[in-house]
Ligand binder design. Structure first.
Ligand SMILES: Nc1ncnc2c1ncn2[C@@H]1O[C@H](COP(=O)(O)OP(=O)(O)OP(=O)(O)O)[C@@H](O)[C@H]1O
Ligand SMILES: [Mg+2]
Length: 242
């Protein structure tokens, strides 16, 4: 069983889009894939449940039977930094809670587990304000990836500033003792950045890992989001993945 953690240079970079496309590409190659979105901020109420669009989309692509709360155990209502949303709900997010949710995912015995992070690599999930008798340290979502020793895939949103963000993210992953196994150049906005191909080439030279896809922005009104993700799935080169 393999576990890939999808991170990105920033929020809105295309983690969900790419995680779904990668899930579909792996399924097309005959694999059983389970998905996980441990923390989502920005949810809507469905009956008793808070539901998040990323988790819904991921579960539509995966081919394991997973309930929406198993895909996304920590669903926070406000679309803000998760640790602040949690504070507003008088809730403390712990790595234990995230790890327990991950154990449920791994118990499905899929060939591959795909976890979508939240925000970028160093996303705080709990900040110790130094007051009171709370002896715990600051906690980041990257601590979970570290504890579970996941192979990381980096989604780079190709826009001005992405070279710096991509390199810093790559270096932080390596400094955390994890392997960053591949990167994907994603165009998450309609207008491509100036000198796109030169920037992609620069990243190919700077990042010592394979680029497994270069995704255009799919702007066709006639295509559903699912169709766009299916089209993106055909662009992913799985040969570099373990
Ligand atoms: N290559 C693409 N073509 C068309 N639309 C895209 C592409 N990549 C991303 N998008 C769209 O851009 C938006 C942001 O992408 P996405 O939701 O995947 O980002 P994210 O990194 O998962 O964001 P978050 O941090 O909120 O989880 C979404 O509406 C998504 O469908
Ligand atoms: Mg997302």
């Amino acid at each position: 069983m393999k576990s890939f953690f999808i991170t990105a240079t920033d929020t809105d970079a295309g983690k969900t889009f790419v995680a779904c496309a990668l899930t579909q590409a792996l399924i097309n190659s005959g694999k059983k894939v389970a998905v996980y979105k441990p923390i989502a901020a920005g949810c809507y109420q469905v009956g008793e449940q808070l539901v998040n669009e990323d988790a819904q989309l991921l579960s539509q692509f995966a081919n394991c039977k997973q309930s929406i709360s198993d895909v996304n155990p920590i669903a926070l209502e406000e679309a803000i930094a998760p640790h602040i949303a949690a504070l507003n709900e008088n809730r403390k997010i712990s790595i234990d809670e995230i790890s327990q949710g991950f154990s449920k995912v791994t118990s499905l015995q899929a060939d591959i587990n795909i976890t979508e992070g939240a925000g970028g690599w160093r996303l705080p999930i709990y900040i110790n304000n130094g007051l009171g008798n709370d002896a715990s340290k600051h906690i980041f979502l990257s601590d979970f990836a570290q504890d579970t020793k996941q192979a990381v895939i980096l989604v780079v949103n190709m826009k001005l500033g992405c070279l710096n963000h991509a390199l810093l993210t790559y270096q932080a992953i390596i400094a955390d003792g994890l392997e960053c196994i591949a990167w994907i150049a994603n165009n998450a906005s309609e207008q491509p950045m100036a000198y796109l191909s030169e920037n992609v080439t620069s990243l190919e030279q700077l990042l010592p890992i394979p680029k497994i896809a270069q995704l255009d922005f799919y702007h066709e009104q006639s295509m559903s989001l699912k169709d766009k993700i299916n089209a993106a799935a055909t662009k992913i080169d799985l040969s570099h993945l373990p």
